[in-house]
Structure formats: C-alpha cells, structure tokens
Design a protein around this ligand. Structure first.
Ligand code: BGC
Length: 896
C-alpha cells in the first residue's frame, strides 16, 4: 500500500476559502491510508500567491516551496509571506517518512485555495440604505437597492463581491442571485464586529452594461425579537448594505462600491421578520430591477450611514445555507389553529427551515398563507409554544404561477398549515411543497449506530436538534420567541456537537462574541450571547453557573476535538476572567452559595410553572461548576505553556473542591442524595478518594434503579449521569437508564414520536397533549448531550490527546445491545470503532473492528482482552463474549 495523497484544509474554512481574515492561515492535512510502517517525518508545502495589480493583471507574489522536518500535520504555521488583502494562494502539500522506512515523497495533495478578504483600509464602499420615508413599521416594506455600472474591456478575468449589511442582505448581479448564503451577515454585536462575506462572481459579470442589486431586511439589526414582546431597533433604526464589487478585466480593475449613486425603492416584501415570517406580494416586484437597462429614475436616492470600518471582519465559520430538502410525508385537509380550512402538511421531521411553494396560477391578489408548528394536538397545528412568534409566511399572487420561498426568515417546525391554496388535490399540494432545511453549513463529522432502532432514533434526534439550533449562532431553540445563544445549552452540548459536525469555525466565531460581551459586562458571561434586553427577568450582570462556564468548557471541548491551540490562546483571557469573577463572588470560603442560579434547570420534577424547582441544591451545582472551570483553566494554561497560571488555577480548583466537600460531602458521601449531586461529585472529581467515588457510583445506581430507570437530571446532571455510572463500575445501571422506556427517559421521548430532542423530559405528556409550561420546546439540544457518551463509551471512540493524536478504543458493550459503532472525522482522518457479538467456533464472540487514522496511535482497551497500543490502519480484536462480560469500568476520557 502506498501513501495516499493528503487532504489539505486551511484553518477551519471550507474550500475554496474566500475572503478570509487570517494573513497567515494555518494548514492541516490528513492522509487516509499509508503503509503500516509510515510515520510522517517531513512535509513539503508548495504555494503560489497571486494578486490583482489594479491594472488588469494578476501578478505572482510568491511561488515557493518549503520543506519542514516535522511530524505535525494539524494547524501548522503558514509557510509564506503574510497574505496581503485580495491575495490568493494555491497551496499543496506532500509528506515523506524520512526514517528507515522512507519510500520517498508521497503524492501531492489537490491544491487548496485561500484568498484574503479586505482590511478596513481597502474599503471604499459606503453603507447605504433607503433614501425615502419608510413609513410606520406596520406597513414598512423591505427595500431594494440598485445601480447600473459599466465594465470596460473585453474579458472579465475575475470578480469578487464583498458583502455585508446592517440588517439582512441578499445580492443580485444582472438578475441572478449571488451565492447561496442565507441570513447574511448573521448575528454579531454589530457595533463591535460585522462579518463580511466574499463571493466569486466572475461568471455573473460581463464586459459592458451590468447591474447590481440588494434585497434588504430588518433581521437582527432592527427587527423585533427577544422576550415579552421583544424589542425593535436593537442595533440601529436604519438598514443598509455595504457592497464592494471588484472586477479585474483586460482593461484594468473596476471597483463598484455601494455609495450615494445607488437608488432605492420599497420591494415586494411587505413584511420580513425572523420570528413572525414574511409576506411577498408578487404584484410589487419591479420586473428586471437588478438587470442592466432597468429604469430606476423613479426610485429614490439612498442615504449614506456612518460606519466604523474597523468593525468589519471575516467570519470564522460557514454561512447559513439550505443543506437539504424535506418532502411532505402526508398532506390532509384540516382546520388550522383558528379553525381556518386548509391543507395540513407533515414534513415528518422537526427542523429549522422554511417552505418552498410552487403555487399554480390564480387570480391576482390570491393569498397563500403558511403557518408552522412543531407538533399537533388533537390533529391540529399547536402554536401556543411559539409564544410571540407568529411564524407565518404569505405569498400574494400576481395572477401567474409562482415558485416562492421566503428570504429573510426561518422557522422551527415539522407541520405546516396552508390556506388559500388554489384548487388541487392533496397529491397536488404534496408535489408542490418542499421544506428547505436551513442552518450553518458545517460538514458532518460524526456517526453512531447500534442494534437498537430506538437508540438510533435517539441519536438521529440529537443530530436534528444540532442542525436546527446551529443557525449562525448556537441557539436554545429554533421556533419560539427566543432563538438566543444561551450559554448553558451549548456548554452542555459542545462535546457532542464537536463529534457530530465540524462546528469549529462556527463556535470559534461565536466565542469571539462571548468574549466581547463578557468584556462589556465586567467579566460576567451573560446567560445568552449576543446579549439583548432580557425582559423582566434577565440582566447582563447575572453570573450563572453552568451557563457562564461556556467561557471555559466550550473552548476546552473544541480544543479536545481539534487541537486548535490558537483558539485557546484567543479565548484564554475570557476563560480566566470568568473564573476570576466567580471565585471573587465565592470569596475566601470558596463556596459559591449566594445569588440566583439556574442550577439543574428543568430537572424532571420541576413543575410546568417553575422550571427552576429542581431536586438538587442550585448552590451545590454552582460550587461544583466553579471547581470544574478552575480546573479547565488550569488545563488550558498548561496547554499554552503558562505554568504559573496552571499551578495557580489547579490550587484554586483543589480549594473549591475541598470547600465543596466541607459543605456537601459527609464522611466521603454526598449529603445531597440526588442523581445530579452524585453525578457532579463523581465526574467533576470532587470526592476525597477512589473509595468515595465508587460508593457514590453505587448510590447513584441505586437511585436510578429505585426510580424504575427514570432520569432525575436536568441541564446540569444530564451530560454527566451516564459517565458517573460507567466510570464507577455501574455500567449496567448506565445502560438501564439509557435504554429505559419508562418516563422520563430518553427513549420515552422517542416512543412518543420525537424527531428532535425536547427541552423538557415531558414536553409532550404521556397522553399526547403538550406540556402547559412556558418552557415547552420540542427542539433543544441540551438533554441530547448523552450522545457524547454513546460515542465514547458505548461505541468506545474517544480522544486521549487533543485532536485524537492519541485515541482510545474502549467499547463497553452492554444493555443487551449486540452491535454498536461510531465514526468520527478527526483532524487526522477517519477513526472508527465497530463492535458486534458474533457467533464463533467456541460460542459467541465480541468482535471489535476499528480504524486508527494515519498519524495517530490508539490505546485499545477491550473488555476481556489484554490492553494494547496500536498504530494506524484497520484492526480487529476478538474475545469470547463471556470474558467480555466481566465488570469493567469505562475510562473517563472526555469529561471531568
Ligand atoms: C431557554 C433555555 C435556557 C434557559 C435558561 C430558556 O428560556 O430556552 O434553553 O438555557 O431559558 O433560563
């Protein structure tokens, strides 16, 4: 076997990486297959950097190679000169062993492309918005902006559009849409950081007459969203587009920026709102408005809005896009929530997205209205849980047939109810409707499967809740009037997310926002980020355990998966500031026992009207989290070579743990006898010794059994409870809980038809009615954090060193499962563990087949087999099934 060509990546960007912010982007590669003896000893990078010279020529700036003796292949330094704005590099890499088994250079990778975006100084365009009186909010129409322009010469060599907005923007060039990104520029605190997206529009521009246009909408900038009716105009009262089109032709470079020469007019969107939905009136579309030759004399001028260009920044993660389509599984005639007659469409899957309708011709003025909901009650769309989000889209026909999809809204739903549909049968409607699934366009990197279909459905539900809630920022839910970056939810879910999708760019971007909001609020990490007014209940200065700890635990989870030390470096100050803030609150006693806490939010005993009323003392949870985060900072400091800090925070962690024991542990045993108290004590390492851990595990198992294998944990305990059991010799109890169908449990949700993870264990009650509480979403990922345990312990694939450079193959079969497998695209390539109980000559055997990526080693720990360390390649271990059943502890590889 020869060494495969490396697959090359640039930072966490997708290919081609256009408009990046890094001037020295780091490179990573993996080699899928190589001879057994192969070890990378040397790599060679070849790169060619070019940039337009302004006079119509593309000049080569560098054409070089560098040979580096190193076994590193993840996020290695940029080898060349820093990339200037607009510079484009094509990079390739190849590797060789260099040792006694050297077989010479392996093949070159395919070239990866990286192109630097603009810096503040390169911007000549201005932020422009509609120059007419937009009128009152209730009748305000989303504006269109345009201008025509001339491209000289006879050949367009390349063209780039750099685009952002105050509000949301979709650009068109010569009547064609630019790119496929949605909800651009996403949501950041815009006065601090406004992301710019770059598009290769070479194919859309031509010599001669051209036109550029922009659809604009309120979005997060000035739309209504938030608590208790929400707030408008959070970042300003205007909307505006900032666009800079740079066209390189044989006659020189033309720059067409948004400026005072653009024209504006109200567009066909008479309503465009993230929560409430959108109305498109086809009669109001100015035909050909973004094409050359359109007469915009009757349009108004635009207004130039001031903009600090230093806030412009390149995104770290991918934009939101449509990542798939769902077709109806059923269409039936049914009454809507207000008794209105129409078509009830079931997409079969709860998700975030919006419908694309192909509506047949009907008289002008016909209105087709779509309402959305996650669930039905009594066969009818159930919308109470959306609170103040109308989630209603409308298209008004101009007489002709139309294929239409909203532009500037997104809904969380499985069901839709359509009224006003012209004629047709259920089959006609089914053929005319698809849902376009929308979220940040991340690559899938993790899979799990087992012999239990209900467990597989649970895992699938976790994946769908991730997809539904990674919509530019990590949100709590996609449907109701929140959709906020709740820090506690992603704190609980980050390890699971990092396994399932390449969330690194997206969460790194969001962590920038977390840091900047935290700086605004003196070290406090607000309970959601970006911060918006919090109604009667929430203020930005509330320090909340498990929520603010996103500052320490999200970077930790990302680093564990990606080995991105640069991210740690960037987030370090934020992580430290959080722990310093909280240890200041705890004071010399080291107990964080005052102030409002969310504690074990939504534990299953919390009544519908009081999600805070958990069984576990919220201050116990708070001190446990302080110990955990102090230790996380110590670990981050060590990874960054900051040894003094590492020692200081390790001491703090030890002192907090001692204080915790002083208050919540008696003679080695947790005094609070709840699932969450035991789970925190065990997994966060808060007990005095191994013996005490073991006893806590036993007691936890007793509690689980006494509860008839029902879950007793909320947001704090749920990510930990299975590990607390499996790491203390209570694997059977962990499986008992995992595979239980008694309510509340994970599979009880599945039994009630869940297609995503619910916010509360009983979002739907056993009788099929919806929980009357305010906190009743059917699409929250926190309780899905158990999937991390499925990957690491059930299937047995876990990182032992950041980026899986050393990994564990440590499956823990049980619970009657006869098969389980997990696969993850690590930075070194695909790692996989699959086990099955198979009939062998001497009785049943446990067969573990696994794949170790090139560049990594695996510590193999299969029950009943001798431990081993192996290098890359495909491996197999077989042991008699009986031997594999001897009780073994699962290693705690990833939490605590
Ligand atoms: C959100 C949660 C969040 C919680 C904290 C809820 O409204 O949906 O997921 O973490 O509030 O109070």
């Amino acid at each position: 076997m020869s060494t495969a060509a490396p697959t090359l990546r640039v930072e966490h960007h997708q290919q081609p990486a256009l408009g990046v912010g890094e001037d020295r982007p780091r490179l990573s590669w993996h080699v899928e297959t190589a001879p057994t003896a192969y070890r990378q000893g040397t790599y060679e990078v070849a790169w060619r950097t070019t940039a337009p010279d302004g006079a119509g020529q593309v000049r080569t700036l560098e054409d070089a190679t560098a040979v580096v003796e190193s076994d590193d292949q993840v996020l290695v330094p940029w080898p060349g000169a820093p990339l200037a704005p607009r510079a484009r590099a094509e990079v390739r890499v190849r590797t060789r062993d260099g040792g006694p088994d050297d077989a010479g250079w392996g093949p070159w990778s395919e070239p990866a492309v990286v192109e630097r975006g603009l810096t503040a100084a390169e911007w000549t365009a201005e932020l422009v918005g509609p120059g007419y009186d937009e009128g009152p909010v209730a009748t305000r129409r989303a504006p269109l902006l345009r201008r025509g322009f001339e491209v000289p010469g006879s050949v367009v060599r390349s063209a780039r559009l750099h685009l952002t907005a105050h509000g949301l923007v979709e650009a068109e060039l010569n009547g064609r849409r630019v790119g496929a990104d949605e909800l651009v520029p996403g949501w950041t605190p815009y006065d601090d950081r406004l992301r710019v997206y770059a598009y290769d529009v070479t194919d859309l521009v031509r010599p001669g007459e051209n036109a550029v246009g922009a659809w604009l909408a309120d979005g997060w900038f000035r739309g209504r969203y938030g608590f208790e009716g929400g707030t408008r105009d959070l970042y300003g009262t205007h909307v505006g587009v900032l666009a800079q089109l740079e066209v390189v032709t044989d006659a020189g470079t033309v720059v067409v920026g948004s400026d005072a020469s653009w024209r504006s007019a109200p567009g066909p969107l008479t309503r465009a709102d993230l929560y409430d939905g959108e109305t498109y009136d086809a009669r109001l579309l100015p035909a050909g408005w973004s094409e050359p030759g359109f007469d915009d004399a009757a349009w108004a001028p635009v207004v130039v809005h001031p903009l600090d260009r230093t806030v412009l920044a390149a995104p770290d993660g991918p934009p939101v896009r449509c990542t798939g389509e769902l077709v109806p599984v059923s269409v039936t005639r049914a009454a809507g929530p207000d008794g209105e007659d129409g078509w009830l469409v079931d997409l079969g899957q709860n998700h975030s997205g919006r419908l694309r309708l192909s509506v047949p011709a009907a008289p002008a003025g016909t209105v087709v209205r779509v309402r959305h909901a996650e669930v039905l009650q009594g066969g009818t769309l159930y919308t109470r849980t959306l609170r103040e989000a109308a989630a209603t889209d409308e298209v008004v026909l101009d007489g002709a047939a139309i294929t239409w999809e909203p532009r500037f809204t997104v809904h969380g739903f499985r069901y839709a109810h359509l009224t006003g549909w012209p004629g047709g049968t259920a089959q006609d409607v089914a053929a005319a409707v698809v849902s376009r699934v929308l979220h940040s366009d991340m690559a899938r990197t993790g899979w799990f499967a087992s012999s239990d279909p209900a467990l597989d459905r649970l895992h699938e539900n976790v994946v769908w809740s991730l997809r539904s809630n990674f919509v530019d920022i990590p949100t709590d839910c996609p449907q109701r009037d929140e959709r906020l970056g709740w820090t506690g939810d992603i704190q609980a879910f980050a390890p699971t997310a990092a396994f399932l999708y390449d969330v690194h760019g997206m969460l790194a971007d969001w962590l920038r926002t977390l840091s900047s909001e935290q700086r605004r609020f003196g070290g406090t990490v607000p309970v959601y980020v970006p911060w918006i007014p919090g109604g009667r209940f929430w203020r930005p200065e509330q320090d909340v355990a498990g929520w603010g700890d996103a500052a320490t635990l999200v970077p930790e989870a990302l680093h564990r998966d990606s080995a991105d030390v640069g991210l740690l470096e960037r987030q370090y100050a934020s992580a430290v500031a959080w722990v310093d803030k909280v240890s200041g609150l705890a004071g010399p006693g080291r107990l964080w026992d005052a102030g409002m806490q969310l504690g074990d939010w939504l534990d299953p005993t919390a009544p519908p009207e009081d999600p805070l009323r958990a069984q576990t003392d919220p201050h116990l949870v708070a001190t446990a989290y302080l110990a955990r985060s102090a230790r996380a900072v110590a670990d981050l400091a060590r990874a960054l070579g900051r040894d003094d800090d590492a020692a200081r925070y390790a001491t703090l962690a030890a002192e907090v743990a001692a204080a915790y024991r002083g208050r919540y542990v008696d003679s080695g045993d947790p005094t609070h006898d709840t699932q969450t108290a035991h789970a925190l004590s065990v997994v966060f390492g808060l007990l005095p010794d191994e013996d005490a851990r073991r006893r806590a595990g036993e007691r936890l198992a007793e509690l689980v059994r006494a509860g008839g294998n029902t879950v007793g944990t909320g947001f704090a305990g749920t990510p930990l409870v299975a590990d607390a059991l499996s790491s203390t010799g209570q694997l059977d109890a962990a499986y008992g809980l995992l595979l239980s169908h008694a309510s509340p449990s994970w599979l009880a949700m599945v039994d009630l038809g869940a297609t995503t993870i619910w916010e509360r264990w009983d979002s739907m009650l056993a009788d099929g009615t919806v929980n009357p509480g305010e906190m009743t979403s059917f699409n929250h990922y926190a309780l899905g954090s158990v999937a991390d345990w499925l990957h690491r312990v059930v299937a047995g694939l876990a990182p032992l060193e950041p980026g899986y450079r050393r990994l564990a193959v440590a499956p823990r079969p049980g619970g009657g499962l006869t098969r389980a497998e997990a696969r993850h695209v690590t930075p070194y390539g695909v790692a996989e563990v699959a086990w099955a109980i198979e009939a062998g000559g001497e009785g049943d055997e446990l067969v573990v087949r696994f794949r170790v990526p090139v560049g990594t080693t695996a510590e193999v720990d299969v029950p009943g087999a001798a431990p081993a360390v192996v290098g890359h390649g495909e491996h197999e271990v077989r042991v008699p099934a009986r031997a594999a059943q001897a009780p073994v502890e699962a290693r705690t590889t990833s939490v605590g």
